[in-house]
Design a protein around this ligand. Structure first.
Ligand SMILES: [Zn+2]
Length: 505
């Protein structure tokens, strides 16, 4: 912070500033042959001095020093990385309702108990969908060599119903978007396998707007199967809502209309979507599709809650969180094992450094974010009378690439209020403060009720190349970047939990 401020000053002002600094740091007078420090009130030097002394900051210099200690500890402590390795390599994918999800609940609860946090498992009823066989092969297309088939790489969408066990065979119809679907003649879709071929905007993602690129595509994954079913399709395929060009499909939740027909739904790779678009442009193409997922009865699962009790206001809580469940193709490292372990790191560092803020820091590992956010919904029901005591909520759910600062949702005043915290994070290149309408799926209910909400601003250029795919594995997480995210979570959680006055709301 100081360095950047100094760079802004002109040369002569810099001399003055250095003199003031020398005075501030009580350097021997002989080293300062500079002009006398100015006395006019509100000069830039007064402001620098005020800044160095804490100024109008919500935090004392001692608290800022604690933040710096937490930041530096997060950068060197391997706890978060070790926990992520265990969650992904040892426990594996953590689909809601699965034995691995339950194992992860028990594991994380035990880890938090070992740190002396007060652990509660809060019930949440979650879906139990299980992936089955999933194959696609072209059986007829223009230019086909006699007696051959051609493989189409695909994966069932979460919540998809099954084809008959032997599969179904139908002609493929490709549309690029809703408009093309709406323009089709009546009955054009009937009995066909409808492919929504909406391209993930890789250039938008490459410019750092991964979330926006995903948003443009994910609507087809979410609503395409229901729209196809309504139009009479036999099955629906969507082009994967994600980047990367290693012929790897991206799964994710889809939904059906209540009391309407449901049809099997799968995501094809971007390469296979291109191939289907090309071949259907030449003539009729027939695909044999086998999907045998099962939707089993709902299961009782849990959000893992661990409170690091506050010294003055234990009833007031600052949430640090990520979601514990993951899709099943990979091992849920970037989505969202990373968010869970950087939140665990907050409790771990408060424990190790013996820091007890005024308010409670509440770790939450949310359950079933991927399949409908049932865990978050249960939390909002269980804690509806206690929202006023939720001083702030933080969630990390956009991977663990280099963070550049903090997103905040709430009063505009939060931006100015957080400036001293951003100053602490400047050392890791994470001093930006960005206003956003929402910052996390699981804490969205709290955000809507006026609870100041935060997330790290994460580099989203590469996240959607792996997101919801088989390649979401431990190796995709850069240890340095993970520790930077842990530093943001820890510094911010402490700042919110220990400020004399709660964050503006
Ligand atoms: Zn996620």
């Amino acid at each position: 912070m100081l360095t950047s401020l100094m760079e802004l000053l002109s040369k002569s002002l810099r001399t003055l500033a250095l003199a003031a600094l020398a005075a501030l740091l009580a350097l021997p007078a002989c080293t300062a042959q500079a002009p006398p420090a100015p006395t006019a009130p509100h000069s830039i030097l007064d402001r620098i001095n005020a800044m160095l002394a804490g100024g109008k900051s919500a935090w004392t210099p001692e608290q800022i020093a604690v933040m710096e200690r937490l930041r530096d500890a997060a950068l060197t402590d391997p706890y978060a990385l070790d926990q992520l390795r265990h969650l992904t390599d040892n426990i594996g994918p953590r689909l809601s309702g699965s034995p691995q999800a339950e194992q992860a609940v028990d594991y994380v609860a035990a880890q938090m108990r070992a740190l002396g946090a007060e652990v509660t498992l809060e019930k949440a009823t979650v879906p139990h969908w299980v992936r089955g066989l999933e194959t696609g092969e072209l059986v007829a297309w223009p230019g086909q060599a006699p007696g051959t088939t051609q493989k189409i790489v695909l994966t069932a969408l979460g919540a998809s119903v099954a084809t008959p066990p032997e599969g179904l065979t139908a002609e493929v119809l490709v549309v690029d978007n809703w408009k093309q679907l709406a323009a089709l003649p009546k009955d054009a879709v009937k009995g066909k396998i409808l492919l929504f071929n909406h391209k993930f905007d890789a250039e938008l993602a490459a410019e750092g707007h991964g979330g926006a690129a995903y948003g443009g595509s994910v609507v087809y994954r979410g609503a395409g199967p229901a729209a196809g079913a309504a139009a009479g399709a036999a099955a629906v395929l969507v082009r994967s809502a994600g980047g990367g060009d290693y012929r790897s499909p991206h799964t994710g939740l889809t939904g059906y209309e209540k009391d309407a027909p449901k049809v099997p739904a799968a995501a094809v790779t971007s390469e296979d979507a291109d191939l289907l678009k090309n071949l259907t442009g030449q003539g009729p193409v027939k695909l044999h599709l086998v999907l045998t997922p099962q939707t089993l009865p709902d299961v009782q699962s849990y959000n893992v809650i661990a409170d690091w009790k506050g010294t003055e206001h234990p009833e007031q809580v600052v949430i640090v969180s990520g979601h514990l469940d993951s899709w099943d193709l990979g091992t849920g490292a970037i989505d969202d094992g990373a968010g869970v372990v950087v939140s665990m790191q907050v409790i771990h560092l408060l424990h190790d450094l013996g820091i007890h803020p005024r308010r409670s820091v509440r770790f939450i590992a949310w359950m079933s974010e991927e399949e409908g956010s049932e865990g978050a919904a249960a939390y909002m029901v269980d804690h509806k009378a206690d929202v006023a005591n939720h001083i702030a909520a933080i969630e990390s759910d956009l991977g663990a690439d280099h963070p550049t600062g903090i997103n905040y949702a709430g009063k505009p005043a939060l931006g100015g209020w957080l400036r001293p915290v951003a100053g602490v994070l400047d050392a890791i290149g994470a001093s930006s403060l960005l206003s956003a309408p929402g910052v996390g799926e699981d804490i969205g209910g709290l955000t809507d009720q006026g609870v100041p909400s935060f997330s790290p601003v994460q580099d989203s250029r590469f996240y959607f190349n792996y997101h919801h795919s088989a390649a979401d594995t431990f190796d995709k997480v850069d240890p340095r970047h993970l520790s930077e995210n842990a530093a943001i979570m820890t510094v911010l959680a402490y700042a919110l939990a220990d400020s004399p006055e709660p964050a503006p709301r």
